[in-house]
Write a protein that binds this ligand. Structure first.
Ligand code: SF4
Length: 323
């Protein structure tokens, strides 16, 4: 166990060599090997698209930017899992456990019966030992959480809420359709039920200064989150934000690769050390990505650059964390 003291008295106590508290390392330790996600697109939409809250969706959202081609809702969940597992088993030979990953759209948006049918089909696959579920905070009900609590007695469950920003005026400007208080409420209701509760943030939304983004870490630290995922803003085709970027590029302050690497480290230095980090960056298929242009670097190499820069700066998650 690494127990490096720092000047603030915070101790690094996660058990691998990384300078941040990696969720994949934590799961590896817990389950004795790599835990690999297999993406699934289920028959969900979201209230920000079907008219309940709005029709346009969040201004940055194009689900094609993170939906693998083997997940098509015209095929069943079992078929998607079979296709995904075939691919993942070849690629990741030393995987201890596969989990289904409901990433696209809002995966708790529907009746309890509907989500039960969908999750139960995924969990009935013999190779699937858990679920990672991405959703909005404002549509997750207590009865759904009770059901997930039951599932968590037998399976690994990770429920991830899109927070995106702690700043209500920014949430409004990206047409998110919920405020930060909704995230606080959902995360509090989901906590203490035997499954992981995660949050997702986008760094660099238009209208937020670098200092304002950095200040948000103090709000995030107050949440009882187990895990956090953040990434740079990506502008992709067929979104309201792509149009906005074309018309008023001056309101965007997109991160260059180098700026982002240092910024995300600044963020990590202030992040609560016990919160595990799911992801530090993101990518979109070149065919739909508009900006920023970081070349063809993919998530793995960028993450490595972040880790190398942490080494150079001799810093780590939580170094500047204050209670
Ligand atoms: S980001 Fe999520 S909530 Fe927003 S429009 Fe896309 S699917 Fe809907």
């Amino acid at each position: 166990m690494d127990t490096t003291n720092n000047t603030e008295g915070v101790i690094r106590e996660w058990g691998d060599t990384k300078r941040f508290n990696s969720q994949s390392a934590r799961l590896k330790e817990k389950f004795g090997g790599r835990v690999q996600k297999v993406s699934i697109s289920a028959d969900f939409t979201c209230p920000n698209r079907d008219g309940s809250l709005g029709k346009g969706g969040c201004t940055f959202c194009n689900n094609d930017s993170f939906t693998p081609s083997y997940t098509r809702i015209s095929t069943s969940i079992t078929e998607q899992l079979n296709a995904g597992l075939k691919f993942q088993k070849k690629r990741y030979k030393r995987t201890a456990m596969f989990v289904g990953y409901f990433q696209s759209y809002t995966n708790t948006y529907g009746s309890l019966d509907k989500i039960k049918n969908i999750y139960d089909e995924a969990l009935s696959h013999p190779d699937i030992k858990g679920l990672v579920i991405g959703t909005r905070p404002d549509v997750t009900t207590d009865e759904q959480l009770d059901y997930l609590e039951e599932l968590a007695k037998e399976y690994y469950i990770d429920l991830e809420f899109g927070i995106e920003s702690t700043n209500d005026s920014i949430l409004e400007s990206i047409n998110r359709g919920h405020d930060y208080a909704s995230s606080v409420d959902a995360i509090n209701r989901a906590t203490g039920r035997g499954f992981d509760v995660g949050g997702h943030m986008i760094l660099g939304l238009p209208g937020e200064s670098r200092q304002e983004i950095l200040n948000q870490v103090h709000e995030i630290n107050k949440l009882p989150l187990d895990t956090i995922k953040f990434h740079q803003l990506l502008i992709v085709k067929n979104t309201a934000m792509a149009k906005q970027y074309g018309e008023t590029p001056e309101i965007f302050d997109l991160f260059s690769k180098d700026e982002y690497i240092d910024f995300v480290i600044d963020f990590l230095e202030r992040l609560r050390p016990d919160m595990t980090v799911q992801r530090l960056t993101s990518e979109a298929p070149p065919a739909i990505k508009i900006a920023p242009d970081w070349g063809l670097l993919r998530i793995g190499p960028i993450q490595q650059l972040i880790e190398d820069r942490m080494e150079e700066r001799d810093t780590w998650q939580g170094r500047l964390f204050k209670t």
